[in-house]
Each structure stands twice: as structure tokens, then as C-alpha cells.
Design a binder for this molecule. Sequence first.
Ligand code: NAD
Length: 291
Amino acid sequence: MGDTDVTDATFETVVVLGSGTMGAGIAQVAATAGSRAWLVDTSLDRAHEGRDAIDKSLQRLLDKGKIEAEERDRILARVHATEDRDAAVAAADVIVEAVPEKLDLKREIIADVASKAPGTCLLGTNTSSLSIAAIAEGCGAEDRVVGLHFFNPVPIMQLLEIVRGAATSDATVTAARAFGTHVGKESILVKDVPGFATSRLGVLLGLEAMRMVQDGVASAEDVDKAMELGYRHPMGPLKLTDLVGLDVRLAIAEHLHTELGSAAFEPPQLLRDLVAAGKLGRKSGEGFYTY
Ligand code: NAD
């Protein structure tokens, strides 16, 4: 591991690996903050799709009167799509990987960019469930790897969950906090434990809500209303599950059940049945609600 000081890092150039839902959002907030943002994907076309998504997102902000046309143009001009990962990372101050949630893929990518990026570059992973230490293992710059867990949709959600791996240095945490502030987010600092803080609590609430519907305690609508009106949650746990995707929630619950060993994370039969029936939430037209 190097003894480089990432607190010296500036955020001039941000490289986002994976230009899907999250990657595009992260590039958008970086460009909005004044950084040059590079989107890298498996092909130039895919990287451009990410840039097009940013274009559409900025257009929506413009239509709502939240930004001016000049600002939209300036932000978009700072977003670049490329398939030349090596060239992009060679000049990076911050790298955030937002490729699919597969440990081997993330580990391979972090190891590759760690060897090619400047020694002061912050190496962020947007994983929502994998261990930061496991992703960083063997990359040679474990001290600079940190979880930068953004939320969907990135331009709107205020939270950045910073996850500190076993080898993440103090300087990296400081730089991660500064990066969060730079992109306009409030950050929290969490240990590298399964589910971090957000998934562990959020998934638990969702699973209990499902068990209540399964047991006939109340309807899905009323369970959601209980949290929306009684606890001022902006969205009830079952509506949120429909939004995230029932299959996604099932996979996270299974992972947390295995890792944490608590019966509270055991997926309810209702969730398994709905997923088996292809009722995955909004994306399939039906979940706990019909769309
Ligand atoms: P996505 O499928 O929308 O995007 C992933 C992108 O990565 C795709 O464009 C894909 O082509 C690209 N990709 C695949 N292999 C690549 C490679 N080798 N190099 C570069 N790009 C590659 O996925 P997403 O929803 O944006 O999720 C990305 C990450 O963010 C995952 O780790 C996920 O767990 C995490 N996350 C997702 C959400 C969410 O709500 N979607 C929220 C927080 C965190």
C-alpha cells in the first residue's frame, strides 16, 4: 500500500465506471459541481446512453425552472463519454465504479484502475451490499478504496453513505467526506458491515411490512399509510419495495440473512411467491400494487 496523501486530492476530474442508472447520476452531480466527468462503459454507445440520460435529466430540471438553459449547457459540456478507460483514469482525481453488483467484476476493475490512476486518486465503489474490504483486496491501494454509496435518483437524494473498509485510511475518509460536500450531499460514515446502515434498516422495515400483509394484520395500503402518516416517511415500505424491485430486495434480504444470521432478515414467503410469479414491482407492472 502506498503512503500517498489523498487529502491533497482535488475533484477536477471524476471518472465514473459504468454509465447506467447510478453512474449517470453520479456523473451528473459531479459535473453540476464543476468537475469534468468522464463516463466509461463497455462500449462507447453505452457510455453515450449515460450521457443522454443526463441530458434528459437536465432538461427536466430546466422544464421545472430549476436551472437555466446556459447552466444546462455548461453542465452537459463537462460530461464526456469514452471507452478508453486507461486514458480516463490516468488523469482522475476521483474514480467511482458503478458497474453491476458482482464482486469479481468490481474487484477486477478496482485492481486495474488502482494500478493506472494517479497515486492520490480516491477509489470509490458505489456497491450497495458488497464488502469494501473484499472489493479492495489485492488491489495494492487498499488504503484509498472507500464505499461511496449514492442513492437513486442521485441528483435528488441527499445522502452519501461513506463506507470505511478495514484498510481505508483516515485521509481517504476525509477526502470522501470532502467529495460528498463537493457534489452537494450530506454524508454519513459507516463501518464495512453487511447492509451498511441504510440497507440494514431499510430492508428490515420492508420485510416486516411484508410479514404484516402476509399475516393479514393490515392491507399493503394501510401498512404504507402507517409509516407515511404516522412517521412522516415520504413513501411507505411496500411502495418503496415496488420501486426498488422485489427481486432486488429478495436478493439483498437473502444476503443479509446469510451474513447477519438474524431471522429478522429471512425473506417472507409472500416476497418469494411474488418474485416467482414475476411480480417484481413497478418495472413489471405489478408488485404490492398494480401499475
Ligand atoms: P445498471 O445496470 O443501470 O448500470 C451498470 C452499468 O455498468 C451498465 O451500463 C453496464 O453496461 C456497465 N458495465 C458492465 N460492465 C462494465 C465494465 N466492465 N466496465 C464499465 N462498465 C460496465 O446498474 P445500476 O443500477 O446503476 O447499479 C450500479 C451499482 O450501483 C451496483 O453496484 C448497485 O448495487 C449500486 N447501486 C444501485 C442503486 C439503484 O437503485 N439502482 C442504488 C445504490 C447503489
